[in-house]
Write a protein that binds this ligand. Sequence first.
Ligand SMILES: [Zn+2]
Length: 55
Amino acid sequence: MWKCRNCSAELMFEEVEPDGDAHGLHFICHECGHRNKLINIGKSDEPLKLPQPDD
Ligand SMILES: [Zn+2]
């Protein structure tokens, strides 16, 4: 699962839909609306394995 960097909510992969825009890949926390950054590891066929950055 993913963890929100803002409110620490733990979100199942099925609950959020990763999105990409000019600023990069991210998902929006359903709890607080925070935009969480994701790393694109270049496997477009495995969108649910996008890791979160460690920072
Ligand atoms: Zn949140």
